[in-house]
Design a protein around this ligand. Structure first.
Ligand code: ZN
Length: 357
């Protein structure tokens, strides 16, 4: 299991995964898979953040996940690198799912919306004592974020002998060299506000290969259309859909993944979250900030048993985002914003895990 300093642990495992990718030594891979499973299931927050304890900047015991946590930005970035290597080694969608979770939540919260202020720690609850700073004496997190965001395109696609892979739905173009010629993929995406994406396939000349597209683990139902018609392939969220055919320039794949706000209970072993739930919507984890909830105490309010969630897109709020509103036990409305956007209006009381009736 993962021990000690969280950032160093993630870099060490990423290095060990590189060694496996070079040597193919099976024992290295099986050990890393065990460490990854344990870390993600028992020592990682719902945001993809990890390294709970500030004293050692590192891991606590299994399920020791206090919400006033440390969770350094670099540790989430390190876990993204570790997951990426295991994704390349195995092709299993759970690694891409975890990269997505870390990217949209624990990593993105590390930088302000104006991209000029940074968090070192990314706690899941705050009493107003946190604020992003413009620099640090030990400034590892700001350049690490810059490096990741500037090289993000490396982590979105993959290529294997008979297949092209789309791991993340982030709009852009990708060019692949195959033995038969070049292929261009044009991706348009509604993520993270809508679970929709459109992939245009443009091979130089008709070409046979598989296109593997990730159906995210959070998807509540999924549809894939090929040139306007439902694809016959079975779609299982948390795996890749494989479309194998002779591709012609201009073929279009449309993906629609069911996305509704959902409350999620944490494992009962996490003491601080007993009787609490987090609000998730697609890849995003939400939080409550007092700025959006005047008259409510975000640390104490309770969800109604049927919170009656509603999503609305607000182009003018925090550079444009979708809020999720719901009902408290007393019938008042509360508003949740994506976790990455918290603390962009000055210091704030904030809570991810909300009490539930
Ligand atoms: Zn750092």
């Amino acid at each position: 299991m993962a021990e000690g300093h969280a950032v160093r642990a993630m870099y060490f495992y990423a290095g060990a995964a590189d060694l496996y990718l070079e040597t193919g030594e099976a024992k290295i891979l099986s050990t890393l898979e065990t460490i990854w499973d344990n870390t993600v299931q028992k020592r990682t927050y719902i945001t993809g953040g990890l390294g709970a304890l500030p004293v050692i900047e590192g891991f606590g015991r299994d399920y020791e996940l206090p919400n006033r946590s440390y969770t350094e930005t670099c540790a989430a970035i390190g876990s993204f690198f570790f997951s990426w290597r295991l994704l390349r080694a195995t092709g299993e969608a759970k690694y891409a799912d975890q990269m997505e979770r870390a990217l949209y939540n624990a990593i993105l919260s590390g930088v302000s919306l104006d991209m000029k202020h940074y968090f070192y720690g990314n706690p899941l609850a705050s009493d107003g004592g946190h604020e992003r700073r413009d620099w640090f004496v030990v400034a590892c997190c700001p350049p690490n974020l810059a490096r990741l965001l500037a090289s993000l395109e490396r982590y979105l696609y993959g290529q294997s002998r008979d297949a092209l892979w789309v791991h993340q739905y982030i709009g852009g173009q990708a060019r692949f060299e195959r033995p038969e010629g070049k292929v261009l993929l044009l991706v348009e995406s509604g993520f993270p506000w809508q679970g929709k994406a459109r992939v245009q396939v443009k091979p130089d000349s008709p070409m046979t290969f598989s296109l593997l597209l990730r159906a995210p683990g959070w998807a509540q139902g999924a549809e894939v259309k090929l040139n306007g018609r439902a694809a016959p392939e079975r779609i299982v969220p948390g795996s890749y859909v494989r479309l194998q055919r002779e591709w012609h320039s201009g073929d279009v794949v449309e993906l629609a993944f069911g996305m509704k706000p959902r409350p999620l209970q944490s494992p009962p072993e996490v003491k601080s979250n007993r009787g609490r739930a987090a609000v998730l919507n697609g890849p995003l984890v939400y939080c409550l900030e007092d700025k959006d909830n005047p008259g409510l105490d975000v640390h104490r309010l309770r969800f109604n048993r049927e919170p009656d969630f509603m999503v609305s897109y607000n182009p003018d709020l925090l550079e444009g985002l979708a809020t999720v509103s719901g009902r408290t036990a007393e019938g008042k409305r509360f508003i949740a914003i994506p976790y990455y956007a918290w603390c962009n209006r000055g210091r704030a009381n904030m809570e991810v895990w909300i009490k539930q009736e």
